[in-house]
Design a protein around this ligand. Structure first.
Ligand code: TXA
Ligand code: MG
Length: 323
């Protein structure tokens, strides 16, 4: 059910759950100070309780309401990238709900860069915890229609149009002594984080360690997350994808493909995305939702080159399918 901004604020204040737009993906929001509201998020998503939630705040000045410290490096990152697709994990105030923290001693905070989300947070005087508005492990939603397709038409959705960034925020944890660590790659690159952190003379503690379980090489143990229902196969180049398309056809199996950039196209239906990390990120989940809805036997996805600018897209694709 679509709701207005005023209805969304009222429902959230009343302990309800509302899907809200952000610049990254749609979030399933609840008042971050209301435990019974927060528990509904986990129930609706079928998400394990030990997965902590991101608290969305309306302004950087509210960080001190949630975190015990706001180290210089975190402050510099927030100044550089908020409102925007960056989540900061900081030591939590003792009052922060254990449901939000997933029993961690830390809290994840972000100021989203979306006019509707910011209006909700500031006009409503709210802070909302919001994971992506999809069932656990499934594709994230970047439109109101994706939310309804995944969670059912009875969910309250505040429609803010299609998400412009398209994949989830970059997550960086910062310790009280200013050490930082990239926990999830996103469209704010690790290099961009490092450049800002270097000005605060802060060093990374170690290289990327994703919050979502690492990707095992054995397909059967693959940590599928962000995945469509249709089995999805990943290809490092176009030639390999075209060959698989033909083999599937010979085996009387239907397929559909996601391509990046120009080149020879397969004989199966396909979606072609522009050869730009920003554009692919923006359109990625929409393309996968679209291909998944075609109900073919296999989705064939071309991987972008293994370069740092493609890191966030590669991360999401590697969790969506098998190589
Ligand atoms: O762009 C986004 O971040 C979107 C929009 C809605 O803001 N949200 C999102 O939420 O992606 P979710 O729940 O799908 O992913 C949140 C990630 C989880 O992998 C979780 O483990 C991590 O954030 N996280 C949250 N709190 C944390 C904490 N205290 N320590 C470490 N990781 C945390
Ligand atoms: Mg998610």
């Amino acid at each position: 059910m679509r709701v207005s901004l005023e209805q969304a604020i009222a429902e959230l204040k009343n302990g309800g759950v509302v899907a809200i737009p952000t610049e990254t993906v749609y979030g399933l929001a609840a008042d971050a100070t209301n435990d019974s509201a927060l528990k509904q998020i986990f129930a609706i998503k079928q998400r394990p309780a030990d997965h902590p939630l991101i608290v969305h705040i309306g302004a950087m000045s509210q960080v001190q309401d949630w975190a015990t410290v706001f180290p210089e490096v975190a402050r510099d990152l927030a100044s550089a990238f908020w409102p925007g697709p960056l989540t900061l994990v900081l030591p939590a105030q003792p009052h922060v709900s254990r449901v939000v923290r997933g029993d961690e001693p830390t809290v994840a905070l972000r100021v989203p860069n979306h006019p509707v989300a910011l209006a909700l947070l500031t006009q409503g005087g709210l802070s909302v915890a919001a994971p992506s508005a999809n069932l656990f492990t499934q594709l994230s939603p970047t439109t109101a229609a994706h939310v309804e397709a995944g969670l059912g038409a009875s969910i309250s959705v505040l429609d803010g149009g299609a998400c412009q960034v398209g994949i989830e925020s970059t997550i960086v944890s910062v310790t009280a002594d200013g050490q930082w660590q990239l926990l999830r790659p996103g469209m704010i690159s690790e290099q961009a984080i490092a450049d800002v952190a270097a000005r605060a003379a802060s060093q990374p503690t170690q290289a990327v360690e994703s919050v979502d379980a690492p990707v095992p090489k054995v397909p059967g143990q693959h940590a599928l997350h962000y995945s469509p229902r249709t089995p999805l196969l990943l290809f490092k180049d176009r030639a390999a994808l075209l060959q698989e398309c033909e083999l599937l056809k010979q085996a009387a199996l239907s397929s559909a493909a996601m391509l990046i950039g120009d080149g020879t196209v397969p004989s199966c239906p396909y979606v072609q995305l522009p050869n730009s990390p920003e554009k692919v990120a923006e359109l990625l989940y929409g393309a996968l939702h679209h291909l998944d809805a075609m109900k073919v036997d296999r989705l064939l996805v071309e991987l972008p080159p293994n370069l740092p600018i493609w890191m966030a897209v590669l991360d999401r694709l590697s969790r969506a399918g098998y190589r």
